[in-house]
Design a binder for this molecule. Structure first.
Ligand code: NAI
Ligand code: AKG
Length: 528
């Protein structure tokens, strides 16, 4: 059955075409009230949104099938990321698609403020001709301070340099060399506030950037300086900004984004001269909307059809060629996680996934996540998948270790899973032959070569003659057909082990009979 995608915000129509071409079933239902969305979200594998749809924990609780949310845009503040991650839902955005458009709006704001374009327009429309009132400033030769030189900030830098501005920038995650390459001088924030004639903000809203521009910062800015925020509401203290404008300390301010959108009618900024506002249209051009809609549709299709993760904000992304390399090992990891869970000691406290051989060159995280998800599913009622597994393990106090090993071994690649818990450890290891033949090659100290699938009986016994014959007779008498059998013993012959693939699960009474056979130490039935 084709995966189903719900488009719940106003996305450019090209997105729907891309999704349909990829063989997905698409419904476009824009502007649904939260209750209506909650009522239908359970039918969808993917949700495509802009910023209007609020993807809350409550909505996600109802999203039993949802695997991925695609945000056609940058900021994902309308999605409860923690809740999505706990429920195993990948959240993707589309960085870069709207950068030029947003930077152009910031530039438009700067030009509008420095030449009083909006107020002069209103004045002319009101029948006035106030040439003196609207004398402005040239930008050439002035200093622009850019806070955040990521995708958008760096486009603005480029445009400002073309206008012969001097640009200083602050971004703690960009080196001085990278800044110099862009043609900007990297400065500390204090210097930026003090030097800039114009400040433009291009950072996400985080704990560090909330109220970044408050009354103190505004006071440190040059008299007559301009402030532009096309990033997120909440980065600027709007009340303090209104005071700084009203007092004449700032020469102008422009906001595309507000703490509350739309701002209330009595918002103190709305009545002020020198204040310019747009209704969060930073990304609203035909070009940007087409780019982000197509990007999100392609990303959703790649994830739903091929498991390729691109631009995810809550899990590491993997390019197609890496996916191809690790894909054959994911089913093996699933089996190893499941087996480890069934052999694990009580109260597991640590799961180690060790990768050796050729596979050690690939990223371990997705292999560990798949192993962990299969391991946790045996212990928990709540659904767990590769996305939610690390968060769920953390919540349960289970440490996860990912190890690349240089240990020599007999296989091209080997994945070993070790679980530690109260009173013991369990080790299992496996490899893949050819493209897809998963083989279990180690269970605790025993070397074997077994197919890890279906109903399995594990039997540990003394290394004595007759055990296997007795086993076969007992299972045969109970109507349990043995499909494959893999035998092993410890090097010192102190114990032997049989891994039997059987066509059906033995009844508890049959297991009890086997347990009573001569030389049998332990027997258990599992399913992989
Ligand atoms: N008005 C609108 O319609 C739109 C607004 N945005 C907003 O613009 C913001 C920036 O977008 P992009 O440039 O695409 O993101 P980006 O991730 O490419 O760049 C953000 C930059 O901010 C820097 N940064 C993070 N914390 C910082 C801090 N405390 N101080 C200084 N720098 C810090 C990062 O190192 C990064 O270089 C987004 O987070 C989004 O909220 C994005 C698109 C449209
Ligand atoms: O989708 C929109 O209209 C808002 C764009 C935006 O704020 C973003 O991409 O972060």
């Amino acid at each position: 059955m084709a995966a189903r995608v719900l488009v719940s915000d106003d996305l450019s129509p090209e997105a729907v075409a891309v999704l349909k071409q990829a063989g997905l079933e698409v419904d476009v239902k824009v502007g649904l009230k939260p209750d209506a969305l909650e009522a239908i979200i359970g039918d969808y594998d993917a949700l495509a949104v802009r910023s209007a749809t609020k993807v809350t924990a409550k909505l996600l609780e109802k999203a039993s099938r949802l695997r991925v949310i695609g945000r056609a845009g940058v900021g994902v503040d309308n999605v409860d990321l923690d809740a999505a991650t706990r429920r195993g839902v990948v959240v993707m955005n589309t960085p870069g698609g709207s950068s030029v458009t947003v930077a152009e709006l910031a530039l438009a704001m700067i030009l509008a403020l420095s030449r009083h374009v909006p107020a002069a327009t209103a004045s002319v429309k009101a029948g006035k001709w106030e040439k003196k009132r609207f004398q402005g400033h040239e930008l050439a030769g002035k200093t622009l301070g850019v806070v955040g030189i990521g995708n958008i900030g760096s486009v603005l830098v480029d445009r400002a340099l073309a206008m012969k501005m001097r640009v200083v920038a602050y971004d703690p995650f960009i080196s001085a060399e990278a800044a110099a390459k862009l043609g900007v001088e990297r400065v500390e924030l204090d210097a930026l506030w003090a030097q800039a004639d114009v400040v433009s903000l291009h950072v996400p809203l985080t704990e560090q950037t909330r109220n970044l521009v408050d009354a103190k910062v505004l006071a440190r800015m040059k008299k007559g300086a301009l402030l532009v925020n096309c990033a997120r509401g909440g980065i600027v203290d709007e009340r303090a900004l209104a005071d700084a404008l009203a007092s004449g300390h700032l020469g102008g301010a422009a906001l595309d984004v507000f703490e509350q959108e739309p701002p209330p009618a009595d918002h103190p900024l709305l009545g002020l001269d020198g204040f310019v506002a747009t209704p969060h249209i930073g990304a609203s051009t035909e070009e940007a909307q087409s780019a982000v809609a197509v990007a999100v549709a392609e990303q959703l299709a790649a994830y739903l059809n091929h498991g390729v993760v691109k631009n995810a904000v809550n899990v590491p992304g993997l390019p197609r060629e890496i996916m191809d390399q690790i894909a054959p090992f994911l089913p093996l990891c699933e089996k190893l996680g499941s087996l480890a869970a069934q052999l694990a000691p009580q109260g597991p406290s640590e799961v180690t996934v060790e990768v050796a051989g050729e596979l050690a060159a690939a990223p371990i995280r997705p292999l560990a996540a798949r192993t962990l998800a299969a391991f946790l599913r045996h212990h928990l009622e709540t659904p767990v998948n590769d996305v939610s597994a690390p968060a769920v393990a953390k919540e349960r106090g289970i440490a996860v270790r990912e190890v690349r090993s240089a240990e020599p071994h007999d296989y091209a690649s080997l994945v070993t899973v070790t679980v530690r818990g109260q009173g013991g450890e369990a080790h299992v290891a496996g490899t893949v032959y050819g493209k897809r033949e998963a083989r279990l090659v180690r269970v605790d100290g025993f070397r074997l070569e077994a197919v890890p699938e279906g109903h399995v009986i594990l039997c540990e016994n003394d290394d004595a003659p007759g055990v296997v014959g007795n086993l076969g007779t007992a299972l045969g008498a109970a109507g349990v057909n043995i499909a494959r059998i893999s035998l092993s013993r410890l090097d010192d012959h102190s114990r032997a082990f049989a891994f039997l693939n059987v066509d059906s699960a033995p009844a508890p009474g049959v297991l009890e009979q086997v347990r009573r056979l001569p030389h049998v130490r332990t027997v258990r039935s599992i399913h992989l």
